[in-house]
Ligand binder design. Structure first.
Ligand code: DC
Length: 229
């Protein structure tokens, strides 16, 4: 069986990470959540006061890149958690504010270059499932399997809303969550640096009307076909 890189790209809140994690477990591969890396930098920028009235001070965050160290470490259950300069920030990076800050820092070329370098290193030996926005287009343009995940914004907003409520982080309303998702989509797809686009050789998975089991079956099939199982 050949060893491969699996690139999972797509819109926010469409279940990319759930699927990528399940596939990594099935394949015995490492799962790498690149969004968490952008979120950690967004959190750093927020804490340092680099975001004022919604405006990010680009020069300040670029100047601080050398002081930012991000890594993943498994917890007691073997689940990877995100560390920022040695501090476990896994909980803090999952809020809506952190997502917005992540989206802002992800527009900066220098931030992307630094993270892409680190991500390429992580996938050097193959056997990774990496999820993000630019994995199949920029980080691993030669990935053997590229999956582009999408779902309608209504479905994504509902999923995200339920997820936040379950975490006790109840948002204002479903409409507000949908608006945030659509704003993020617009920023992610129209930014100058590595906008979210589907790689020409990616296979599309629209999971609006699929159960988790159906998606997982679909994924396993694609993976098995690609590795020659
Ligand atoms: O997948 P996520 O919601 O955790 O991502 C957070 C933000 O980071 C999102 O606005 C898109 C951005 N991102 C990116 O630009 N490139 C990646 N490879 C991963 C995430």
């Amino acid at each position: 069986m050949r060893k491969i890189v699996v690139a999972v790209d797509g819109y926010s809140s469409c279940g990319k990470s759930t699927m990528a994690k399940a596939l990594a477990k099935y394949a015995g591969y490492a799962y790498i959540d690149t969004g968490a890396m952008y979120r950690a930098i967004g959190l750093y920028a927020t804490r340092k006061g680099f975001i004022k009235d919604g405006e990010l001070d680009n020069a300040a965050i670029i100047g601080a890149l050398d002081e930012i160290d991000i890594f993943f470490k498994p917890n007691a259950e073997g689940k990877n958690e995100t560390y920022l300069n040695g501090e476990n920030v896994e909980g803090e990076i999952r809020t809506l504010d952190a997502a917005i800050a992540a989206s802002k820092v992800s527009e900066i070329k220098e931030v992307r270059a630094a993270l892409v370098r680190q991500q390429q290193k992580m996938g050097e030996g193959k056997c990774v499932v990496m999820d993000g926005r630019d994995i199949g287009t920029v980080v691993f343009p030669n990935a053997e399997l590229k999956i582009f995940v999408t779902a309608s914004s209504d479905v994504r907003a509902k999923r995200r809303y339920d997820e936040l409520v379950a975490k006790g982080d109840a948002p204002e309303s479903l409409e507000k969550v949908k608006k945030d998702i659509e704003e993020r989509d617009l920023r992610d797809t129209t930014r100058k640096e590595s906008p979210l686009v589907q790689a020409a050789d990616a296979v599309v998975l629209d999971n609006s009307d699929m159960t988790l089991e159906e998606q997982f079956e679909w994924l396993k099939r694609k993976f098995d076909e690609t590795v020659g199982k």
